[in-house]
Design a binder for this molecule. Structure first.
Ligand code: SER
Length: 320
């Protein structure tokens, strides 16, 4: 059985990935590492948890050795909008954590999963059915880090044999930990605000199409790719994956059909608008389908049903 270390385990993906991995590999085989002590305490209620700054190479290495880890899931990242407010810090954290993960994986013989994103693309990428292999000149520091990560992942595989694999996540919609500082966050926030205030003010333009995905599909994609037969993989870092795509206005109109009293308006953040407009409308995920049988299960309507129920409960319990 694989022994897995999730680094950045308290974030939007990590919070749910830890539980998903525990179900797949057993609780004893999953270790959750997180930098914030209060979050470590919370994770420790249901998982093996360690306090770790992914930029601390020595402690990161000691953790891998101590728990006899053979696969690292590095989720440490400052998201796109937050990154634009402090590009130096975004580079330092996103690339620092990545390089430590790859170098330790090389030294200690681990596999590495690091997410890439729709943010790896930019204005001059074809936005409709964005091909797997295409122009990648992102316009954000977040995207620059993602492209760098993809190149480094492939380089460490070819040069040092590190089993590095990755997917390009769309905006992820979930009801565990909140995303922090992303451009696609609106598609999460609205589900809470609808119950809390009955209205939502959106920072992304009404007509900004972006790829989105419900977290259960993102988790399945992650483990499915990491378990995929390597002889079938023509690509590694990183695979386009897609399941649904919409604009804010389309999502809000669908929500209004369920909750007729819902109202919304826009107070567009120019940074988020610029980022959203530079990203794909919908990615072509045929390589993921062909090389490791990627098949999404959640569409817009099923996602909405699930999110509305889960977020209602959290608002009613005072958890939001
Ligand atoms: N959800 C991320 C963001 O908006 C994109 O990967 O920054």
């Amino acid at each position: 059985m694989k022994r897995i270390l999730v680094v950045g385990a308290g974030g939007q993906i990590g919070t749910e990935l830890v539980t998903h991995l525990q179900k797949n590999y057993g609780e004893d085989n999953v270790v959750a590492a997180e930098v914030r002590p209060d979050v470590v305490k919370k994770i420790a209620e249901h998982a093996q948890a360690v306090e770790l700054d992914a930029l601390d190479f020595q402690k990161y290495g000691e953790t891998i050795k101590k728990y006899k880890i053979d696969a690292v899931y590095n989720l440490v990242a400052l998201l796109s909008a937050k990154g634009e407010l402090n590009p130096d810090l975004a580079w330092k954290i996103n690339i620092g954590a990545l390089l430590n993960s790859l170098n330790l994986a090389r030294e200690l013989h681990c596999a590495v999963f690091t997410p890439s994103s729709i943010g790896a693309f930019g204005y001059n990428t074809p936005h409709y059915k964005t091909p797997q292999d295409t122009i990648m000149r992102p316009d954000t520091i977040y995207g620059v880090c993602k492209v760098t990560g993809e190149l480094l992942g492939d380089y460490y595989f070819k040069r040092f044999g590190v089993d590095a694999r990755s997917v390009r996540f769309p905006g992820l919609i979930s009801n565990g930990a909140l995303p922090g500082g992303g451009t696609t966050d609106y598609a999460v926030e609205v589900f809470y605000e609808i119950w809390k205030h009955g209205k939502y003010t959106c920072a992304v333009p009404r007509d900004a199409y972006m790829d989105m995905m419900y977290m259960p599909d993102a988790l399945t994609a992650t483990t499915q790719l990491m378990e995929a037969d390597p002889s079938r993989l023509k690509h590694r870092n990183s695979f386009n994956i897609a399941s649904m795509s919409f604009t804010p206005e389309q999502l809000f109109n669908e929500l209004k059909k369920r909750i007729p009293t819902f109202t919304w308006d826009y107070k567009v953040d120019p940074i988020k608008a610029d980022i959203a407009n530079s990203w794909p409308d919908i990615m072509d995920d045929s390589c993921a389908r062909a090389e490791w049988d990627w098949t999404p299960k959640w569409g817009l309507q099923e996602m909405m049903t699930d999110m509305l129920a889960a977020c209602r409960e959290k608002v009613e319990n005072g958890e939001y």
